[in-house]
Design a protein around this ligand. Structure first.
Ligand SMILES: [Zn+2]
Ligand SMILES: [Zn+2]
Length: 361
């Protein structure tokens, strides 16, 4: 869990994807275990008695540091990518760089939440990414998840393409980070629900996931979402199949906790006196670990409204164009409980990370 990352030389604020300090120009790398930036102008840096190097994908904008014994000099995030465009396909590689940035943000959030990340190369069904471009290959790339592997179409990092799809599908929100958060929800549904009693509760809330997916897909693209879907679902896509409802809900859990964590790191809070919102100030937290989901959702209700107002003052679409109705609150509560129940301690997370550093891709 982090405070705001800063330049180690001039203390200037750093965006997570920065390769150099915008203020003093120092070349910097991001050290995941400490969530801090370190200077790497000499090519490497010693942190806690160990030597760390720039990831070998730094030319493609990866700013993570990698321990000296990591295979092929690729960082943990880059090694989770199982398939990527050919190195000479520079157009696709540029799209890969922006997608990898969203993926690193996802991975940091997962580890902030204490969720286990078991790589595809270490365990069967482990998490991995096939990042392909439908533009380069000329073949259709279907975004989805199967057996731990998340497939994304890099062409969607092109604004015109993604925006055209968003409009055609009638979606209020479509981003690469959103795709990642949704697909990783499919992955975690199977990882986090491990006993029959929990599956039974899941089915009560989301429906029976054993229903035919093929039929559901056909029905959804023919008839769309059922009338009155807003009283039970977070999005139209969630209505398609119980799997999609869980993944959409999980994605929103990540949207909400991730955005509140950023607000907390910046120090944003809403003053009850000036906003006359309610009796007490709204103070977002970097972590809602140990908190009831109501606390998370109430903070988000006020904060998302504030963010939407800010966006509108720039003539932009709402930051969070969704409504969380009571049934969806219950589903989010279930996800919160699953995440809390699976939470690894910091020591365990560190152990897992160390183990992965020494496993070969
Ligand atoms: Zn600086
Ligand atoms: Zn990397």
């Amino acid at each position: 869990m982090t405070a705001q990352p800063r330049c180690p030389y001039c203390r200037h604020f750093m965006f997570l994807d920065a390769l150099a300090c915008a203020n003093c120009g120092a070349e910097l790398g991001y050290h995941v275990p400490s969530r801090q930036f370190f200077g790497i102008h000499t090519g490497s840096v010693e942190i806690d008695g160990q030597r760390w190097y720039a990831c070998s994908n730094r030319d493609w904008a990866c700013n993570w540091l990698v321990r000296d014994d990591a295979p092929a000099g690729r960082c943990f995030s880059c090694r989770l990518t199982r398939t990527q465009p050919a190195a000479d396909d520079t157009v696709a590689m540029e799209k890969l760089a922006t997608t990898e940035e969203a993926k690193r943000r996802l991975l940091l959030q997962l580890s902030d939440l204490g969720l286990p990340i078991r790589p595809w190369y270490a365990v069967p069904g482990g998490l991995g990414f096939d990042l392909l471009s439908s533009l380069s290959t000329g073949t259709r790339v279907t975004i989805g998840h199967a057996g731990g592997i998340i497939t994304l179409d890099l062409a969607e990092s092109l604004d015109d393409r993604r925006e055209a799809l968003r409009v055609r599908l009638g979606e209020p929100y479509r981003t690469m980070l959103g795709h990642l958060r949704h697909e990783v929800g499919h992955y975690y549904q199977n990882v986090l629900i491990t006993d029959e009693a929990t599956w039974a509760r899941c089915r009560e809330l989301f429906g029976d996931e054993r229903a035919s997916y093929k039929d559901a897909l056909a029905r959804h693209y023919r008839f769309g979402a059922p009338e009155g879907w807003r009283t039970s679902f977070i999005s139209e896509y969630a209505t398609m199949h119980p799997w999609e409802d869980f993944a959409e809900t999980f994605a929103h859990y990540l949207h909400i906790t991730g955005t509140l964590a950023t607000a907390a790191a910046i120090g944003i809070h809403l003053d009850a006196a000036t906003t006359s919102l309610r009796d007490t100030d709204v103070i977002p937290r970097e972590s809602y670990h140990g908190e009831p989901v109501q606390r998370l959702l109430t903070d988000w209700e006020w904060m998302s409204q504030a963010f939407n107002r800010i966006n509108r003052s720039m003539g932009a679409r709402d930051l969070y164009p969704f409504e969380i109705v009571p049934e969806v609150r219950v589903k989010l509560g279930f996800v919160h409980e699953l995440v809390e129940g699976a939470r690894l301690t910091d020591d365990e997370l560190f152990d897992v990370a160390l183990r992965h550093e020494t496993e070969r891709a």
